[in-house]
Write a protein that binds this ligand. Structure first.
Ligand SMILES: [Zn+2]
Ligand SMILES: [Zn+2]
Length: 114
């Protein structure tokens, strides 16, 4: 929301969608209707979003640089900046591997056969 009481030339007054504080910024297109005073507020806001809201927030045109899948090492283009795996399969496999590792550590006599 923009308050029209006083506007510094070249800047617009915005309310941070994270902490609610007022701040000034050079106007730029805001497809989502949200603005943030800091990276921290941006991150905190995103943590609270549901996956569906996140998809809406980013829209379909967002592009992020290609990165290597943390499971198979394959280069892929993530749809969202926080994506770490090239596919659901790799994500599930990596999660399973981590779970087994943790299990081995806590209970060496009850490790599942592999
Ligand atoms: Zn803020
Ligand atoms: Zn992968």
């Amino acid at each position: 929301m923009i308050e029209p009481d006083f506007v510094e030339p070249g800047f617009e007054r915005l309310h941070c969608s994270g902490c609610g504080m007022t701040f000034w910024r050079k106007p730029r297109p805001r497809a989502s209707g949200h603005a943030f005073c800091s990276r921290q507020c941006f991150a905190a806001f995103h943590r609270r979003l549901t996956p569906k809201a996140r998809r809406w927030f980013y829209g379909v045109k967002e592009q992020f640089p290609a990165k290597a899948c943390e499971h198979c090492g394959e280069q892929f283009e993530p749809k969202y900046y926080h994506v770490r795996f090239c596919s659901t399969r790799c994500r599930v496999a990596a999660h399973r591997k981590k779970a087994v590792t943790q299990h081995d550590k806590t209970c060496p006599f009850d490790a599942p056969d592999r």
